[in-house]
Design a binder for this molecule. Structure first.
Ligand code: FAD
Ligand code: SF4
Ligand code: SF4
Length: 471
């Protein structure tokens, strides 16, 4: 770490992430954040006080050695900075982009007590991006002696990728079965290109292929193959279920079946994965050009849907939320970016009914004003309807982004137990399900959560599976 007195380090202002201009970026799907240059990264790294107890590490679910990797960036040794992160987090280019750092590592940063915290996520992304080519060309190195045991992984999202990476390093054979035609889970079908370029995810999948992980696409476990077939006829010694929570919830109000109403999953999958914005797309979306679009919800999925609608050419896009900005679960950066791009926010309003144009197409929504009461089970203040406050609003298209549940494909599998919320029952220590040799983690256990928590579960499961296979 360069020898800069503490008081001088404290004076350095947080370095802003360079970004595409809002007036330009609303017309393209390219990444909004452009990344730090080496000069900016080294300056930002100098803000770190190298705290002995590193409270920032307690805020990171996988305990990345933050002071160590930041010190290496400050010294200009970017490859060893990336290697430090990789010891705990196999997907730094992804987490540096999408972790809600303001609630995790950066929330605990000492520098943040008196000003803005060290930009840990931006630095993580920088070290991962700048070393990508070097890391890709690095020889794989000596692989462990094969144990002869094989593990099947269901799903290919961050939880699956993290688990696969550790299992091959233990010497086990690993096959990842993915229902879709691309690998990466929400990282490829949900989070848009303008927040997470798909090439970053492809790189991570290829890195796993190089160390021997097998990937099978278009295989729906529960339909194409059953869990029983995997464990009996196909002879897998253990299974890790990381099938996520991809089933969209709806509002359950009249008119929700009208043409012009999408679930966020459908919109984002068609646009991200099926490139619906291209003229020759095989699964296009309705024409968003010059339309008025209302998105219901206030999480990352809602914000991603709204910003996607804008890029599809919508003239006006509104986020309609029954609470206020304070309670919004979306990342702060996304809210900020959405505002810069001209997304409108309508707070304290809830939909009562979608309105029909008489031919089965959406033409508007009836809304009701809300007010906030006492906190509910989620800790957020409960929205309460204001009687007699209904009003109508004209809209052409609507996107429902009010959360996801787990899909039902594995529900009838013998030996597996589900909670009343349809998440899988597991032992929290081992992540083993109620069926011996079958483990589970990520969103299928927690419900919709974060990339880094899903990855953390994947790594924990790999440890447990390794122990299980040795006994
Ligand atoms: P997933 O990523 O959901 O992957 C599960 C995979 O399993 C999918 O590819 C699915 O096709 C496959 N699958 C399902 N059933 C089967 C089956 N029967 N057979 C075979 N394959 C199957 N988190 C953040 O930290 N930051 C963000 O900014 C953020 N933004 C988000 C934006 C959106 C639009 C969404 C939807 C989520 C976002 N999240 C974000 C949440 C985060 O992406 C998830 O918590 C995380 O991806 C969960 O990982 P997973 O591996 O458990 O499951
Ligand atoms: Fe922060 Fe996420 Fe990196 Fe952990 S993995 S240090 S929470 S950005
Ligand atoms: Fe650096 Fe902040 Fe972590 Fe201290 S808490 S080591 S200043 S990143």
């Amino acid at each position: 770490m360069p020898d800069i007195p503490l008081k001088d380090r404290m004076k350095i202002q947080r370095n802003v992430m360079p970004a595409q201009d809002p007036t330009q970026r609303v017309h393209n799907f390219n990444e909004v954040n452009l990344g730090y240059t080496p000069e900016i990264a080294r300056k930002e790294a100098q803000r770190c006080l190298q705290c002995k107890d590193a409270p920032c590490m307690q805020g990171c679910p996988v305990h990345v050695n933050i002071p160590d990797f930041i010190a290496r960036i400050a010294e200009g040794d970017y490859l060893s900075a990336a290697d430090t992160i990789l010891q705990d987090n196999r997907l730094p280019a992804i987490c540096g982009r999408v972790c809600p750092q303001e609630e995790m590592c950066e929330l605990r940063c000492i520098v943040g007590k008196k000003g803005l915290p060290v930009a840990i996520g931006n630095l993580e992304r920088f070290s991962a991006d700048i070393t990508l080519t070097k890391r890709a060309k690095r020889p794989v190195g000596k692989l462990p002696i094969p144990t002869g045991k094989c593990v099947a992984i269901i799903g290919s999202g961050p939880s699956a990728l993290a688990c696969a990476g550790d299992l091959v390093r233990f010497g086990h054979g690993v096959t990842v079965y993915e229902a879709l035609h691309a690998f990466g889970g929400v990282l490829v079908y949900g989070i848009p290109e303008f927040r997470l370029p798909k090439e970053v995810v492809r790189y991570e999948v290829e890195a796993l292929e190089r160390v021997g992980v097998l990937f099978e696409k278009n295989v729906v476990i529960g339909m194409t193959l059953t869990l029983n077939e995997l464990m009996t006829e196909m002879g897998y010694d253990a299974v890790y279920i990381a099938a996520g929570a991809g089933l969209p919830y709806f509002l359950g109000i009249p008119g929700e079946e009208l043409i012009g109403i999408y679930s966020s999953n459908e919109l984002l999958t068609r646009v991200n994965l099926m490139k619906a914005y291209q003229p020759d797309a095989v699964t296009p979306v309705l024409n968003y050009k010059d339309k008025t679009v209302a998105v219901f919800g206030a999480g990352n999925t809602a914000l991603d849907s709204a910003r996607t609608a804008l890029r599809l050419g919508a003239q006006k896009v509104m986020i309609i939320y029954r609470r206020t900005e304070t309670e919004m679960p979306a990342r702060r950066e996304e809210v900020q970016h959405a505002k810069e791009e001209g997304i409108e926010f309508i707070f304290l309003a809830a939909p009562l009914e979608f309105l029909d144009n008489g031919e089965g197409w959406l033409k508007g929504v009836r809304l009701q004003r809300m007010t906030l009461g006492e906190p509910d089970a989620s800790g957020r203040r409960r929205p309460l309807p204001v009687q007699g406050s209904d009003f109508n609003m004209d809209i052409d298209l609507a996107v429902i982004a009010v959360g996801n549940g787990t899909n039902s494909l594995l529900r009838n599998t013998p030996g597996l137990e589900f909670t009343k919320n349809d998440t899988l029952v597991i032992d929290p220590q081992t992540l083993q399900t109620t069926r011996r040799g079958v483990f589970a983690g990520g969103d299928i256990v927690t419900g919709g959560a974060t990339v880094i928590s899903a990855m953390g579960a994947g790594r924990q499961a790999a440890q447990s599976i390794n122990t299980y296979l040795k006994t």
